[in-house]
Ligand binder design. Structure first.
Ligand code: GRF
Length: 202
């Protein structure tokens, strides 16, 4: 299977997926890493791994529709079976999302349906929650609302700040995302009535 990963910045989740695919010998190939920002730090890692990279600079497109159209063309050059959003900080248009329906995943740093959108660690602290987490979900037109594939949980500790939560959660994200992407690659995910069913291995 061909996987195209989209990033906007650091790319540590992309890195975790790339490393797991290699170490665990997935029946998959990271076909490309594409950024909407030319200065995304993660591009250097991908290049060092010999993965093709591309940049579609979102700043240069006057409308979301034009950017998403250009991005779709670039992605589809690599004939992806799966598009993996890894810290890709863009709101996507409905036609773009529809084009990749059932084959685009995102990781969001909260226990969805709690705290969609930005500043999830701050939202979690402000709400006084005892638990925080991350969610991998299929991408649908409504932001951070698609069918949930898997979640990872951490306890909120006394004295936690946005930074300590983010740091502790990132460790879990780096296990969760490779796990979820691997389920897709192994063809073990089905979307039924808007919910994900995970098939057992034989
Ligand atoms: C992660 O916390 C991810 O859940 C969120 O943005 C962050 C991206 O980090 N969507 P990185 O670029 O993968 O290092």
């Amino acid at each position: 299977k061909n996987i195209v990963i989209l990033i906007s910045g650091r790319g540590s989740n992309m890195e975790a997926v790339v490393r797991a695919a290699k170490a665990e010998g997935w029946p998959a190939r990271i076909a490309a890493v594409i950024s909407n920002r030319p200065d995304a730090k993660g591009l250097a890692f991908a290049q060092a791994q010999g993965i093709p990279t591309a940049t579609v600079p979102s700043k240069q497109f006057p409308t979301r529709a034009e950017f998403d159209g250009a991005l779709q063309l670039e992605i589809d050059r690599f004939a992806p079976d799966l598009v993996v959003l890894a810290g890709f900080m863009r709101i996507l248009t409905a036609p773009f999302v529809e084009h990749y329906a059932g084959r685009m995943l995102n990781i969001h740093p909260s226990l969805l349906p709690d705290f969609p959108g930005l500043d999830t660690h701050g939202q979690c602290l402000a709400a006084g929650k005892q638990e925080h987490g991350a969610t991998v979900h299929f991408v649908t037109a409504e932001l951070d609302h698609g069918p949930i594939v898997a979640q990872a949980r951490i306890d909120v500790r006394p004295g936690d700040t946005e930074e300590t939560l983010a740091t502790r959660l990132l460790v879990e994200e780096h296990k969760l995302y490779p796990y979820a992407v691997r389920l897709f690659v192994e063809d073990r995910l089905r979307i039924e009535h808007g919910e994900v069913r995970v098939l057992d291995t034989q």
